[in-house]
Design a protein around this ligand. Structure first.
Ligand code: FAD
Length: 468
């Protein structure tokens, strides 16, 4: 049977694309090489990391944070096995959910490794080496990404002592010490998990700041908060070697600006230096699908590769490596294939660091606006002046809104604080509709909520906040 669409990869990009295309009436099949659906995000990424972030935060709060609320408990006891089982159960319910949605939408599934054979044809090879050729009008490459190593450094990841994020979600015991190579989102989230559970965590980062690309003020404040939580940082440090040593491992680094090399030893070393697009075994070169210089599948504005009828999306193409970016692209590609006008607004893609407090951001940073020569206004409001934050003892952090100097249109929003990852969406929706800081500041917000700090920051952008 010929398909309208075969999607290779069932991560958030691929499975959303398949479901949307089926909802639009197309005959759809999905090829997945992993035993379960949902890709990196559901199996070894977003979902398991959030299960551990939540559980470890509850453990930490019970030990440290609730006394002041008048809730006295004896020191909590960690049952790591149970915590990991909670994570595994969360993953299972999510991946089973995708299997259910495939069935519900009458999407055929093929277990095995997909390969592009050129226009209108793909193959799938199962574990036994049996190959099946499938005819299809359209193909979507949604094969995601894989762990990137440290440029120029040979590292042997065994997922026990020297680990990637995958090993970092499944350590059998809490290491006494953990070195995280890379101060990006994944390193800081997993570093926080093991720090809360008792590990001494040191982050070694090449740049002078953590969360490279985030608003500078936000990243500095966030680093101060993590230092208060007991995490150490070695910034501007270039890692030149990671190797096993004794029962643990050692990391050698040298100052990026020049100077003597130093080493740091730990029970476990987490390599969290980013991810690279995954295109192995897809047969793209033979099929004539062009990659860009960074190994990503090259696409045009309509997600079309260099071969007619072959599209690509998600982590395997340009843009931020985020699940919701992949999902939105999945919807857009399905709509385009179905003859509609699919579109993604890359200027308004929120990003969240799910630590405690959370960090959330959408649109431009101050650094980006300065570099682009755009005149802007800044409105800021701290959670120390927010009644609900005080009631919950969650006063760390602030909201910052950036608006165009001439038009007052909101160009960016940045929040550090409890629940930042939820609050960012009102700024996101406002920006999607081209709203101004005055629109936001004059919108009634329920009292008492943390979101009132967003309204106050908006008021501060075009006039003055009330509660400061
Ligand atoms: P993937 O999810 O990587 O899925 C690709 C799928 O394709 C995989 O299942 C793979 O097995 C399959 N595949 C590959 N090649 C073939 C082939 N030849 N044949 C058949 N199947 C194939 N993003 C967020 O937005 N929020 C978060 O909180 C977040 N947390 C993360 C935490 C961690 C630890 C990690 C590692 C990532 C996190 N991410 C997060 C990033 C997010 O997981 C990715 O952006 C997202 O999964 C990309 O989706 P995708 O569909 O492009 O690819």
């Amino acid at each position: 049977m010929a398909y309208d669409l075969i999607v290779i990869g069932s991560g958030p990009g691929g499975y959303v694309c398949a479901i949307k295309a089926a909802q639009l009436g197309l005959k759809v099949g999905v090829i997945e090489k992993r035993a379960t659906y949902g890709g990196t995000c559901l199996n070894i990424g977003c979902i398991p990391s959030k299960a551990l972030l939540h559980a470890s935060e509850v453990f930490h709060q019970t030990g440290h944070g609730i006394d002041a609320l008048g809730v006295e408990v004896s020191a909590p006891k960690l049952n790591l096995g149970k915590m990991l089982a909670h994570k595994d159960a969360t993953v299972k319910s999510n991946v089973d959910g995708v299997a259910f949605l495939f069935k519900k939408n009458k999407i055929d599934t093929f277990q095995g490794t997909g390969k592009v054979l050129g226009e209108g044809k793909v193959s799938v090879t199962n574990d036994k080496g049996e190959e099946q050729v499938i005819e299809t009008k359209n193909v979507v490459i949604a094969t995601g990404s894989d762990v990137a190593g440290i440029p120029g450094v040979e590292v042997e990841i065994d997922e026990k002592i020297i680990i990637s994020s995958t090993g970092g979600l499944a350590l059998e015991k809490v290491p006494a010490s953990l070195v995280v190579v890379g101060g990006g989102v994944i390193g800081l989230e997993l570093g926080s998990v093991w720090s809360r559970l008792g590990a001494k965590v040191t982050v070694v980062e090449y740049l002078d700041t953590i969360l490279g690309g985030m608003d500078g003020e936000v990243s500095k404040q966030f680093q101060r908060m993590l230092v208060k939580q007991g995490i150490d940082f070695k910034l501007g440090a270039k890692v030149t070697g990671v190797e096993k040593s004794g029962k643990g491992a050692k990391v050698t680094y040298e100052p990026v600006k020049g100077g003597d090399a130093a080493t740091i030893e730990a029970d476990v070393v987490l390599i969290a230096t980013g991810r690279k697009p995954f295109t192995d075994g897809l047969g793209l070169a033979e099929a004539g699908v062009v990659l860009d210089k960074r190994g990503r599948v090259e696409i045009d504005h309509h997600f079309l590769t260099s071969v007619p009828g072959i599209y690509a999306l998600g982590d395997v193409v340009r843009g931020p490596m985020l699940a919701h970016k992949a999902e939105d692209e999945g919807v857009a590609v399905a709509e385009i294939i179905a003859g509609q006008a699919g579109h993604v607004n890359y200027d308004v893609i929120p990003s969240v660091v799910y630590t405690q407090p959370e960090v959330a951001s959408v649109g431009k940073t101050e650094e980006e606006l300065k570099a682009a020569g755009i005149a802007y206004k800044v409105g800021k409001f701290p959670f120390t002046a927010n009644g609900r934050a005080r009631a919950m003892l969650q006063t760390d952090g602030f909201v910052k809104i950036l608006a165009d100097q001439a038009t007052d249109r909101v160009l960016g929003g940045h929040i550090v604080g409890f629940g930042a990852g939820e609050m960012i969406h009102e700024i996101t929706v406002l920006m999607e509709f081209g709203g101004s800081s005055e629109d936001l500041g004059r919108t009634c917000h329920a009292h008492p909520t943390m979101s009132e700090a967003v309204k106050e920051a908006a008021l501060a952008t075009f006039f003055k906040p009330i509660h400061m």
